[in-house]
Design a protein around this ligand. Structure first.
Ligand SMILES: Nc1ncnc2c1ncn2[C@@H]1O[C@H](COP(=O)(O)OP(=O)(O)O)[C@@H](O)[C@H]1O
Ligand SMILES: [Mg+2]
Length: 355
């Protein structure tokens, strides 16, 4: 495969609605995607993910900015000239064609010799272990199988960039997990640059080399799943990815590459993220699993909720008047603390991230 680099430079898209209202769907985004990377655009519904993808595919024209695939500036090219292929949420297969013909369709349009078309379709059917489906029409297949055909139809074009718009949303939860693993495996096998739109954080975390968090047409953060989780850029990202406690703290000491912060009277040494001055009030993120329940803990708080979840135990305690979530892993041999009793705990200093 000829994996391509993708670059968005100051891309904006303004829609004008029937009532002459302007909607800024995408607001000045910059993004640099390396060849072979798997990148997810993740964010709540309406944040501009689909519009971004459609501008890359050529179905929408940017209001401003430039898009490059490889070294080529592509804003003026029609979709068929862009070296992209898209997998849609609703599969978009031709209902009257069998699987083989559905997959062959794009190649036939390119007027390739019959032998080459057949060889390429067979190769993809083999890669996706779908040889036995070649003669079926879409109505004779499950949603998951149809989505695999739709993926095969995109892959057979050997595009430089593969695009996905919420491809698993119509499948049930179990099949979604299975297909997610299959997409990732296949992508790694063929090494194709992939851009995948989803509003499902676990999908994005499980698939991506890089996650792009969007909100209201703006990119909030770009990073690996670990970076996004451990070092969220702001409280929106912290709350959107996983669960987060956001606490107040004060900078007590400024060191070379760290701070000492005061969290309700307890000092913690933490890594430097941004520049702060002595005495600054800051917000810190503490994940529920980064709180250590122990008899020697620094804090004591009254338990408001106590739930045994099997693999972990969840508490909500009253922490200086605000709810604090605590998740205790592998709780089987630990004695549980009931509602209205007190729980002792400390924060794990290494997991504290200053916003
Ligand atoms: N053709 C259009 N005309 C007017 N507004 C649109 C059009 N397409 C999308 N929008 C608006 O642009 C914003 C972003 O939409 P979209 O990119 O589909 O978001 P997402 O895929 O993240 O859910 C939304 O407010 C949506 O209503
Ligand atoms: Mg969308």
């Amino acid at each position: 495969m000829n994996a391509k680099r993708v670059k968005f430079e100051n891309i904006s898209k303004v829609f004008v609605t029937d009532k002459n209202r302007q909607v800024k769907a995408v607001n000045n985004i910059n993004l640099d995607i390396q060849p072979g990377e798997f990148v997810c655009l993740l964010g709540p519904s309406g944040c501009g993910k689909t519009t971004t993808l459609r501008m890359l595919a050529g179905f929408e024209v940017p209001t401003d900015g430039h898009i490059f695939i490889g070294d080529e500036n592509i804003e003026r090219l029609t979709p068929d000239k862009r070296d992209t292929a898209m997998v849609f949420q609703n599969y978009a297969l031709f209902p009257h064609m069998n699987v083989f013909d559905n997959i062959a369709y794009g190649l036939k349009l390119q007027k390739l010799p019959k032998e080459e078309v057949e060889a390429r379709v067979e190769k993809i059917l083999h890669l996706m272990k779908m040889e036995e489906f070649a003669e079926r029409v879409p109505s004779q297949m499950s949603g998951g199988q149809q989505q695999r055909v739709s993926l095969a139809r995109a892959l057979v074009m050997e595009p430089g960039v593969l695009l996905f718009d919420e491809p698993l949303s119509n499948l049930d939860a179990k099949l979604r997990l299975h297909m997610r693993d299959e997409i990732r495996k296949l992508q790694q096998e063929v090494g194709i640059t992939s851009i995948y739109v989803t509003h499902d954080q676990s999908e994005a975390m499980g698939l991506s080399d890089k996650v792009v968090i969007m909100k209201d047409g703006v990119i909030e953060q770009v990073g690996s799943p670990t970076e996004i989780y451990q070092k969220p850029a702001n409280s929106f990202v912290a709350n959107f990815i996983g669960r987060a406690n956001i606490l107040e703290a004060v900078i007590k000491e400024v060191g070379e590459d760290g701070y000492t912060i005061d969290v309700h009277g307890v000092p913690y040494s933490v890594e430097k993220s941004k520049e702060y001055q002595l005495g600054d009030k800051v917000e810190i993120v503490v994940r529920p699993e980064a709180i250590e329940v122990s008899e020697e803990g620094n804090f004591t708080a009254k338990v408001g909720k106590s739930m045994f979840m099997g693999a972990h135990h969840e508490y909500e305690v009253n922490f200086f008047g605000k709810p604090l979530e605590i998740s205790l892993n592998n709780p089987k041999n630990k004695s549980m603390v009931a509602v209205d009793e007190s729980l002792r705990f400390s924060l794990d200093a290494a997991s504290i991230h200053i916003l």
